[in-house]
Design a protein around this ligand. Structure first.
Ligand code: MG
Length: 255
């Protein structure tokens, strides 16, 4: 019995000794500086002015309220939507427009508004869209008291991903999209090695949270995966009678 008590005592002493050694080898061997980095230094970016809605200092301004010089017709002709009062409005007779410049990954800010007297219902009510790299549509639609299929409502990745919320402002009020997009990486055979991913914030509300895009956003049929490089931002002219959606304050930061 005495032996057993002595053994237990010896074990306890040994355990305490091991714990003390572990403490010595743990926090005491690390210093705060060992997990602090000083280079590379992130660049200084002057943020936009909230009161004037200006772009950050390193952004590419795609529309500053004056002209469509950064845009072209998606069919190759000039961009002929109507610029007026610091905004531009879809001209449904002139088709889609897209940026002259092509992009890989980016952060895009774009503001849009459907007219106060908008008519139509479902998909035929203020339908437009922002096509990422010219092929993946983030839906624009007036979904204020306007039900439609959920994977085609405002902020959907069209027919692929239903938004997490409906954050629409009333017709006549301006909506804001902030879109963070990561371009895909392709395998040799044209399939995605890393699919494109997108985060969509609408009026400050997250609708899509780092969602993987499965391919082109088709009206009929399934998504198609086709190898591509950099692509433009394309805006959709849907062709409805109720179409005259306006845009303003568009800028992009390459990521
Ligand atoms: Mg659309």
């Amino acid at each position: 019995m005495k032996k057993l008590i002595l053994s237990a005592f010896a074990l306890t002493v040994a355990t305490v000794a091991v714990q003390a050694q572990a403490q010595q080898n743990g926090p005491e061997t690390m210093r705060p500086q060992m997990t602090e980095f000083y280079t590379p230094v992130p660049p200084v970016v002057t943020p936009g002015d909230i009161t004037t809605n200006s772009a950050p200092s390193d952004a590419i301004v795609l529309f500053d309220g004056k002209d469509l010089s950064a845009w072209t017709g998606a069919n190759g002709g000039p961009a002929e939507w109507d610029v007026h009062d610091g905004v531009f409005t879809v001209n449904k007779k002139k088709g889609d427009i897209q940026t002259r410049e092509s992009f890989e990954s980016f952060q895009l800010h774009i503001e849009w508004c459907v007219p106060e007297n908008i008519t139509g219902s479902g998909q035929a009510r203020g339908n437009s869209g922002v096509f990422l790299q010219g092929r993946y549509e983030v839906q624009i639609l007036d979904c204020y008291n306007n039900p439609t299929y959920t994977n085609g409502q405002t902020g959907s990745i069209y027919k692929q991903s239903t938004p997490k919320a409906n954050a629409m402002r009333k017709p006549g009020e301006w909506n804001v999209y902030d879109i963070i997009y990561n371009a895909p990486v392709f395998n040799e055979d044209g399939s995605y090695r890393v699919p494109p991913t997108v985060t969509v914030i609408h009026n400050g509300v997250v609708l899509q949270n780092n969602v993987a895009i499965r391919g082109t956003t088709e009206y009929i049929g399934h998504p198609k995966v086709e190898k591509h490089g950099a692509g433009p931002i394309k805006l959709q002219s849907h062709g409805d009678p109720s179409e005259p959606i306006s845009f303003r304050n568009i800028w992009l930061r390459k990521l």
